[in-house]
Design a protein around this ligand. Structure first.
Ligand code: PMP
Ligand code: GLN
Length: 381
């Protein structure tokens, strides 16, 4: 039969969320906040859904959102972006990633991926015929292996896909790491796809620095953002891509055939949201930082080896000190079924040869939910 499909697998987020539901577990697996984002932003969306427009908006996105994305690039990073030719709206960062790969890759092109990697990168790269070449950031510090990075760049390298701030590691790439990546991109004439969905979720005064802002990178970088993360509306699936017109142009052609557009009411609301004053953005990060601190302290007390986390929704932990037999997958399975707490095994973010002793907890939850998870883990351990 021809009807055999083996190319794509169920994602770890789907698997763990299903198990969490089945077992009535506190779901700290899949990354989503349990409190919705700003009410005024939701009101703008609600109003737009009532008064319209409700038909296909422009293929590249509503001008007001594209302008807001360009203005944010200037406001937060001093990047000068032409909203007309250099910004496109997508249905989530996931669509943006798919568009970029569909447009920019040819079968046989090598793409550098940094492990641990976000789950959709590998299947997307493979399905577009790209050849993944991996480099790692290594726990417990999650620092980038620069020697391996240099070796990964060859004549055949077409692109590097980098997620900064990084899921699941909670890592923010250092200035030196980014500078080296940029130098290599320029030297080997490689372009960069930068998944920066967590750009506003940084802690301890760490500042986000887009790879696009490094010397020689403006013309060879596409930068992806997500309103899901910036406004705590992960279900909205509104993303945006920024890049030089000669890169954005083919990406927009791919977008035509993937979704063509994104709901206009949501675009209007996100355009409004991006114009919020700085206190919104710093407040969002400060709230998350407090949650990280609370949950990290609780986990440490229980004996988890909590790794540093400078941004994102996620804390990674070494489970070896707990002395439980089995891999991260076994432990996550037991945690969800026996303790009633869902986490994600970090090995799911590796192509092969993953370290077997790290798990990821999502901490963007109400304090009482985090407390409940800690209580359940305490009772279980
Ligand atoms: N990239 C990373 C690193 C993510 O963690 C996520 C998680 N949602 C996405 C992309 C997808 O973003 P969106 O929901 O906007 O498609
Ligand atoms: N980005 C979310 C996470 O890392 C998951 C999104 C999804 O389920 N595809 O947990």
């Amino acid at each position: 039969t021809n009807l055999v499909f083996t190319g794509l697998e169920t994602t770890i987020f789907e698997t763990m969320s299903r198990l969490a539901n089945e077992h009535g577990a506190v779901n700290l697996g899949q990354g989503f906040p349990d409190v919705d984002g700003p009410e005024d932003v939701r009101r703008v969306a609600a109003e737009a859904f009532i008064s319209g427009p409700n038909q296909y908006p422009p293929m590249l996105g509503l001008p007001e959102l594209r302008q807001a994305v360009a203005d944010s690039a200037s406001r937060f990073y001093g990047l000068d972006v032409d909203w007309k030719s250099e910004v496109m709206v997508t249905s989530g960062a996931t669509e943006a990633l798919a568009d970029c790969l569909l447009a920019l890759m040819e079968p046989g092109d090598e793409v550098i991926l940094i492990e641990p990697l976000y789950d959709c990168y590998l299947p997307m790269v493979r399905r577009t015929g790209g050849i993944p070449v991996r480099v790692r950031v290594t726990p417990p510090t999650w620092s980038l292996d620069l020697e391996a990075l240099e070796k990964a760049f060859t004549e055949n390298t077409k692109a590097i896909l980098i997620n900064n701030p990084m899921n699941p590691a909670g890592k923010v790439f250092t200035e030196a790491e980014l500078a080296r990546i940029a130098e290599l991109c320029v030297e080997y004439d490689v372009f960069a796809i930068c998944d920066e969905v967590y750009e506003h979720l940084l802690f301890d005064g760490v500042k986000h620095r887009p790879l696009m802002s490094f010397p020689g990178m403006r013309e060879r970088t596409v930068r992806i953002g997500s309103a899901g993360k910036t406004f705590s509306f992960t279900g909205w699936k509104v993303g945006y891509v920024t890049g030089a017109a000669k890169l954005l142009d083919p990406i927009a052609k791919a977008h035509q055939y993937v979704t063509f557009t994104t709901p206009p009411g949501l675009q209007k609301a996100v355009a409004y949201g991006l114009q919020k004053d700085d206190s919104y953005f710093t407040g969002l990060a400060a709230d998350l930082q407090a949650k990280r601190d609370f949950f990290a302290a609780g986990l440490e007390e229980l004996g988890f080896g909590v790794l540093p986390c400078e941004g994102t929704y996620f804390l990674t932990c070494d489970v070896a000190p707990l002395g439980i037999k089995g891999t991260d997958v076994d432990i996550c399975r037991r945690m969800v079924t026996e303790a009633g707490v869902a986490a994600v095994p970090v090995s799911a973010f590796y192509i092969t040869d993953a370290p077997p002793n790290y798990v990821r907890f999502c901490f963007c939850k109400r304090d009482e939910v985090l407390s409940e998870a800690l209580d359940r883990l305490r009772a279980w351990l």
